[in-house]
Design a protein around this ligand. Structure first.
Ligand code: GSH
Length: 197
């Protein structure tokens, strides 16, 4: 973000980043903290985390895996890093991303043995949001990075999960069109290439 508002600097003085939620005049920052705050404040369905402590722990573990491993290697940091680093380092980063994606596929098969063919808004969970938010623009990322991130043979569950996410009415209303995401990623990469000299 180049032109940060006074409100953003005021509400997220530590990182100056979005998202920041302001509730009753008080700021909450970091997307996962915001989601948990929403879940604890508005207790009606959908409940984002399960009630059972062990199931909650598992969901939190995979939520952190998606954010710290997959998102880190992908989207803004990942795609620009892959492009700017080039050569061997590029292959290494792509290899690591695909490896993490396969781990996610195998582990989600255990967590969701029936797969995900449809997401019901009333039963929306934290992992639906993270898988959807992080991976729904995967086609644009694949186009910009020139690499397949989700393989239908190796990642059928994740792909059907992303498809189910993309079918939600709210997502269809809010997700920018493919070309716009491609343009955004290209401009992020251009900036990254410029700043890397
Ligand atoms: N870990 C943070 C990441 C926040 C983040 O990276 N936000 C980006 C946009 S998606 C941002 O505001 N970037 C502006 C900047 O770095 O100046 C979260 O999950 O909330």
């Amino acid at each position: 973000l180049s032109n940060k508002s006074q409100a953003l600097l005021q509400y997220n003085p530590v990182h100056n980043k979005v998202p920041a939620l302001v509730h009753n005049g008080k700021p909450i920052t970091e997307s996962s903290t915001i989601l948990e705050y929403i879940d604890e404040t508005w207790k009606q369905a959908p409940r984002l985390l399960p009630d059972d402590p062990y199931q909650r722990a598992k969901v939190r573990f995979w939520a952190s895996f998606i954010q710290q491993q997959i998102l880190r290697l992908q989207l803004f940091a990942g795609v620009s890093q892959v492009i700017t680093r080039g050569g061997e380092a590029q292959e290494e980063a792509i290899g690591e991303l695909l490896e993490k994606m396969n781990i996610l596929e195998e582990e989600m098969k255990k967590l969701l043995p029936n797969g995900v063919s449809v997401i019901e808004v009333q039963n929306l969970g934290l992992l639906d949001i993270l898988v959807g938010a992080v991976l729904s623009p995967h086609k644009a990322q694949e186009e910009v990075a020139g690499v397949q991130i989700l393989d239908p043979e190796k990642n059928p569950l994740i792909l059907s999960w992303v498809t189910a996410w993309n079918q939600l009415t709210t997502v269809q209303e809010l997700l920018p069109p493919h070309d716009k995401i491609v343009g955004l990623l290209q401009s992020v990469n251009k900036t990254a290439l410029g700043s890397s000299g």
